[in-house]
Design a binder for this molecule. Structure first.
Ligand code: NAD
Length: 378
């Protein structure tokens, strides 16, 4: 069977869906791997490395896709590429199913079996395939470095003959995968860190990393986590209480790292304009949720804006700023996802009853099969 890896074409994309290491393992599984030339260039993975790992190089996306049974991608392919994918092929990537209903219908119409890696169930067995975790972890780390770079002061306390520099105060909104890594990174740099979340389980995790947990309402928080491990939308009363607490805390902070998300919904707005204006000039907000609407009402996706001396960073694709590591981890996630479904002769043998397959499959045999999408695209 042939597996194709394409060069990503989105403006902000630097990642690639395979690494020389993952290609070597895919070839060892019996797959014929075709990599479009230049696919790894922005992640510093050369054509030569892919070829040495056993891939065949294709001059164009069309050539890579020609006859491919499996396609690995970072982002959903554009309609221009779909026409080159043969009916019956399997497409695996971050397909943004909730933002691309038309795409899902198109996969079904072309009889492409599509799997959205963002929908991976949060179960222990799937941890090594969890692209949201692998990418969010890097995003949380990088967000702190981006903040440091723009921040007008130093992060750690410094006692010098000329005087003492106070440590930076960092607040992290949302203590999931990205938030916890942001806390750990800010702590390593010597900042004083506080964090808030709606899930009660986050309290212990924040404290174990040396952060102070800002608690809104422990009773409401006990019920804030879904069976899938994600946050629920909270009540209006909770939101009011949380806003008061965030306003009080934020006015004393130098840096805010925003990571709060609710799957399938716009990001919760946690920082208002008034709160931004309460921060002292030179402070920084990094909003990792900017592409989902933003945790800060003033953030602009893809930009760094200045509001009264407070910089608000809303860069897109933060993991892409660490393209090599992000690609390597993502490539391993895809390899781990596919491997159990490849038979001894390199043939595709998908177990459609597997919880991981059920959780991620969007389309099968010309039909939309994902439970959360069937009604919407009907
Ligand atoms: P996420 O990216 O969906 O959200 C980030 C964080 O924002 C979450 O902690 C969420 O609770 C928080 N949040 C949402 N609304 C908020 C609000 N109004 N105010 C403050 N915070 C808010 O979540 P995630 O980082 O992907 O992880 C969610 C959970 O899943 C974590 O507990 C994580 O440890 C767990 N997880 C489990 C597995 C696994 O078992 N396979 C893998 C990855 C993550």
């Amino acid at each position: 069977m042939k597996l194709a890896i394409l060069r990503e074409h989105q403006a902000h994309e630097t990642r690639v869906a395979a690494s020389p290491e993952s290609v070597k393992k895919l070839v060892a599984l019996g797959l014929d791997v075709s990599v479009e030339r230049g696919a790894g260039a922005k992640a510093f993975m050369t054509d030569m490395q892919f070829a040495q790992a056993g891939a065949r190089l294709a001059d164009t996306a069309q050539a890579a896709l020609d006859g491919a049974d499996i396609i690995f991608t970072v982002n959903r392919p554009s309609a221009d590429y779909l026409v080159f994918i043969k009916p019956g092929a399997t497409l695996i990537g971050m397909l943004s199913p909730y933002q691309d209903r038309a795409g899902i219908v198109a996969y079904a119409a072309r009889n492409i079996d599509a799997f959205a890696m963002e929908l991976m169930p949060r179960i222990t067995r799937a941890q090594s395939m969890d692209v949201l975790s692998s990418q969010s972890n890097l995003a949380g780390y990088r967000a702190v470095l981006e903040a440091c770079y723009v921040y007008s002061r130093a992060m750690p306390m410094m006692m010098t003959p000329g005087g003492t520099i106070a440590p930076a105060r960092v607040m992290v909104m949302g203590a999931g995968v990205a938030g916890l890594q942001a806390i750990a990174t800010a702590r390593r740099l010597g900042a004083i860190v506080s964090a808030t979340d709606v899930r009660l389980a986050a309290k212990e995790q924040v404290e174990s990393l040396g952060g102070k947990f800002v608690m809104t309402d422990s009773k409401a928080m006990a019920d804030a986590e879904t069976a899938g491990g994600y946050a629920r939308e909270m009540s209006e009363e909770f939101k009011r209480k949380q806003a008061v607490l965030i306003a009080e805390t934020l006015a004393k902070q130098d840096i805010a790292i925003c990571t709060a998300l609710i799957p399938g919904r716009p990001a919760p707005v946690l920082i208002t304009e008034e709160m931004v204006r309460s921060m002292r000039p030179g402070s920084v907000i990094v909003d990792l949720a900017a592409e989902q609407g933003g945790n800060c009402s003033l953030s602009k996706a893809g930009e760094c804006v200045d509001i009264g001396g407070v910089s608000i960073i809303g860069y897109r694709n933060m993991p892409g700023r660490l393209a090599s590591d992000a690609s390597s981890l993502y490539a391993r996630n895809l390899l781990n996802f596919l491997s159990p479904h490849i038979g001894a002769q390199g043939e595709m043998n998908i177990d459609w009853q597997d919880e991981i397959i059920i959780g991620t499959a969007l389309t099968r045999d010309g039909k939309v099969v994902h439970a959360s999408l069937q009604a919407e695209v009907a």
